[in-house]
Design a protein around this ligand. Structure first.
Ligand code: GTP
Ligand code: MG
Length: 373
């Protein structure tokens, strides 16, 4: 697929062609949208945008192999409707985590509702018979890359905008990530319980940022919510279910498992714990996986309630143990053929990472760094 035009790369990684052209311009190489990039440059640009093209490439090779083995031409046997993945994006303190907790506690059994103490990156809830997987993201300015990646693994973005604060810098950033990823946006105008909020002003700000509310003739539903009084939660869930029904998100439990790491840390005693979201395939205990620079055999797997699992089909958020080092948020994971293959891939990545960090000291690493230059 190389050389690749700026237009095709932009489509492949879900970033505006204009951004890529700006990046090339800043490298002193102004190019048109139809100009070709060599493989190395394309990979570098993608990395700067937070997309690991090599990983995509490895995944494509795996998927191609699976397609050959199953004799399918594009349609691998066993594709089924999977739970919708919804990522919550928005400015810091606008109420993303509180809203998610409220959505979840509406859903869990009574005995459990009070017991949510630990921070969890992803939840699964059921509404109107449909499972929805929610992914939380931080709103702090420093985590732009996590938001970009969040927007890239998701089917739908719920954009949380606090009614008393309106559209703020990370709201705008979230809008551009969601639009670059080409996913539908549902707006939750949150904290609607506060005295003296000016709804019209928020709608106006959304409009000027290319999110024209449905009530003003646009494409975007704006649901009034309060995580505190629980106003609008059902309506928000219902709107998500309707959007999901329109798109029919499919997954295939029969291909090699792959997905994304949402966050990971080292736990005294249990070693590395990673929150993963399975996008395709089924991840099982005993699978050998590669995840960013980490590899290992899945030793234990838990769902968002802390229950032990044997296997996780598409769209399942899980916590796993068994990786050797802590992977990064946004790193992709793959089930590999065996542990040797996983180890070799991880080791070559670590070497490449060292070489890159030596060569690239001081170079911008994220899209945000580049835009802020
Ligand atoms: P970051 O993860 O740091 O980006 O913040 P966040 O968007 O997750 O916000 P968080 O849920 O932590 O809430 C921030 C503050 O707003 C907390 O003090 C919440 O109690 C409060 N809050 C959240 N939702 C509502 C709401 O609907 N109404 C009111 N009155 N307060 C809310
Ligand atoms: Mg939060």
């Amino acid at each position: 697929e190389f050389p690749i035009t700026i237009r095709s790369l932009s489509e492949a990684i879900g970033r505006p062609a204009k951004t890529l052209m700006t990046m090339m311009f800043q490298r002193g190489e102004p190019l048109t949208i139809n100009a070709s990039l060599d493989e190395e440059t394309a990979i570098e640009l993608s990395m700067e945008c937070g997309v690991d093209l090599e990983v995509r490439h490895e995944r494509d090779i795996e998927l191609e192999l699976v397609e050959k083995l199953t004799g399918g031409d594009g349609d691998v046997e066993g594709e089924t409707i999977r739970p919708t993945i919804v990522t919550i994006l928005g400015h810091v303190d606008h109420g993303k985590t509180t809203l998610l907790d409220a959505l979840r506690s509406a859903n869990v059994a009574d005995g459990e509702a009070g017991g949510i103490t630990q921070h969890i990156a992803a939840y699964q809830v059921e509404h109107e018979g449909q499972k929805i997987t929610f992914v939380d993201t931080p709103g702090h300015a420093a985590f732009g890359e996590m938001r970009a990646r969040g927007a890239n693994v998701t089917d739908i973005v719920v954009l949380v905008v606090a009614a008393d604060d309106g559209v703020m810098p990370q709201t705008k950033e979230a809008i551009s990530h969601a639009k670059a990823a080409g996913v539908p946006i549902i707006v939750a105008m949150n904290k609607i319980d506060l005295q003296g909020v000016d709804e019209q002003r928020v709608l106006q700000e959304l409009s000027t940022n290319n999110v024209l509310p449905a009530e003003w003739g646009g494409d975007y539903e704006v649901i009034r919510t309060s995580a505190t009084t629980r106003q609008g939660l059902d309506e928000l869930l219902h709107t998500i279910v309707l959007t999901a029904e329109l798109h029919e998100y499919k997954g295939n439990p029969n291909v090699p498992a792959h997905g994304v790491c949402l966050e990971a840390f080292r736990d005294e005693g249990r070693g590395v714990l990673a929150w993963l979201i399975v996008q395709q395939g089924t991840l099982r205990i005993g699978d050998d996986v590669l995840c960013g620079p980490a590899y290992g055999r899945i030793r234990a797997m838990y769902d968002d309630h802390g229950n032990e699992l044997e296997e996780a089909p598409p769209s399942t958020p899980i916590k796993v143990s068994g990786l050797d080092v802590v992977p990064g948020a946004g790193d992709h994971f793959f089930a590999m053929a065996d542990i040797d293959e996983a180890r070799e891939a991880a080791e070559s990545r670590r070497q490449r990472g060292r070489a890159e960090s030596l060569a690239g000291r001081g170079l911008p690493r994220t899209l945000e760094d580049i835009l802020n230059q």
